[in-house]
Design a protein around this ligand. Sequence first.
Ligand SMILES: [Zn+2]
Length: 256
Amino acid sequence: MLKPALFVSALALLALPAAAEPIQWPAGKKAAIVLTYDDAMTSQLDNAIPQLDKAGLKGTFFLNMKAPTDLLRWRTVSRNGHELGNHTETHPCPLSILPGRPNATDTYTEARILGEIAIMNSALNAIDGPKPRTLAYPCAQTLVGGQDYRDALRRSGLVKYARNGGNLDASIITDATAIDLLSIPASGSTDSAELIAHVKRVEEAGGLSILVFHGVGGEYLSVSAQAHQELVDYLRNDPDIWVGTFQDVMDYVTKR
Ligand SMILES: [Zn+2]
């Protein structure tokens, strides 16, 4: 029989939550970085993808419906091993973020947002064939008509993983058991020094970070082509970092 003091310690141990185990990365890597790009921008096709292809790195491109001009280019992007993800059909956002738009999520229902995600899945399937899809919430917002739609999205089975918002260093994932597959944090910067410093901290933590970009060397919320190249060069030259697509890295992390 346990002495009282030992018994109390044993109870205390039982009450502790299971300790988070560090993620064991494949092939001796120490950390993972996912590069994601939103809004189906032509500057990504013109600037980001050539840089990634030259470095042999794969990214994830979250597309919403745009004019079909670039459609065949996106097909080539997928054939070259990058991931095409879902960013809804019309990119609806709250009026507080994008005022004056007719497709404000303030007036949306769950059915309408899920319909937009289903339509975009079909469009993506037309571009590069049917396959499981991942989602980036437009404007990193998960409310429609004041209600969070993540549970409805989960029940719908439309996407495997969904990317949310976050702040740079607060978005480093180190505990795979604590991940909500439809609320995966992500963050971004347009400053290459800030991005590289962040990548170093991800590496020190042995974790995963999902980075978000918009325009690259053009359009809006842009990182310059040079800053993007500096990050790509850093990642290409660091043998300890796995750079994979959102779906590949999340598949790896969640199967373990
Ligand atoms: Zn967007």
